[in-house]
Write a protein that binds this ligand. Structure first.
Ligand code: NI
Length: 264
């Protein structure tokens, strides 16, 4: 269970990496998981994907964007450990610069056939969260994810653009036409590598053109003091808006939304 000596941890994360995350809106951290952890998590993930009901994102006429299992951390101890992994959550809190709690985790699969790309989008408008300046996603690769397997592509700096109320419904290029001319960075990952991205960052992913499913765990962390903000009137409610036991305007102060890292 040893990581390589060069592995970045929350203790060794440099100010350059912090600065890069803040200005670009994402960072790639290699080898957050050991080889043994990857093997254990992948076996558990494959079992969950086999056994449990999956949600599906399909683009009409183009195919399946991805399938995923909601709340995998409630379905196995292995996935709970991964969603609350001290190495990952410690880095997340350093990047955020404040205490965080987990909002949700999703076990993602991009299929090998009949799939399509993940369109450009930002995550934040889909989250029923208010008062969280630092919402971010840790995206951990459980298989190697080269470009042709549908890795993520980010538009660095786009997290600092003003957020529109209708951001969830419109193409980011329509919301901010100048974005078409900003550089995009495509970030392949080895199994066990992780990217962290700000919930306001514009990103996309390619289609999986390989014979191996792209399997990853995406866990969203939010400010510890964030409050529940139900979907705005007129928005299509999604399963993400089901926030049991919490009244609008109240903090996510239940076991389902645990504090993480140093504060957990
Ligand atoms: Ni996203």
């Amino acid at each position: 269970m040893t990581n390589s000596i060069n592995t970045v941890t929350s203790q060794t994360l440099s100010s350059d990496v912090l600065e890069s995350y803040r200005s670009r809106g994402y960072v790639r951290i290699p080898s957050v998981l050991s080889v043994d952890e990857v093997a254990q998590c992948l076996a558990d993930a494959q079992e969950q994907l086999e056994r449990h009901e999956k949600l599906s994102w399909d683009t009409p006429g183009e195919g399946n964007v991805m399938d995923w299992i909601a709340e995998p951390e409630a379905k196995s101890a292995v996935m709970r450990r991964l969603a609350l992994h001290p190495g990952i959550t410690g880095i997340a809190e350093r990047l955020a610069g404040r205490p965080l709690r987990m909002f949700k985790s999703e076990l993602l699969r991009k299929r090998t056939t009949g799939g399509t790309r993940t369109p450009l989008h930002i995550d934040a408008p889909a989250f029923p969260i208010a008062g969280s300046a630092s919402t971010l996603t840790a995206w951990v690769a459980l298989v190697d994810v080269p470009v042709e397997r549908g890795c993520l592509t980010f538009i660095p700096g786009s997290h600092e653009l003003p957020q529109r109320e209708d951001a969830w419904f419109i193409d980011p290029f329509d919301a901010h036409p100048e974005l078409r001319w900003w550089p995009q960075v495509t970030v392949p990952l080895r199994a066990g590598d992780c990217t962290f991205h700000d919930a306001r960052l514009v990103h996309s992913a390619g289609a999986n053109e390989t014979e191996t499913a792209r399997i990853s765990l995406a866990t969203v962390y939010m400010d510890a003091a964030a409050t529940y903000n139900p979907a705005p009137a007129g928005a299509e409610p999604t399963y993400q808006d089901e926030v049991p036991g919490i009244e609008p305007g109240q903090p996510f102060d239940t076991d389902r939304y645990p504090l993480i890292g140093a504060t957990g």
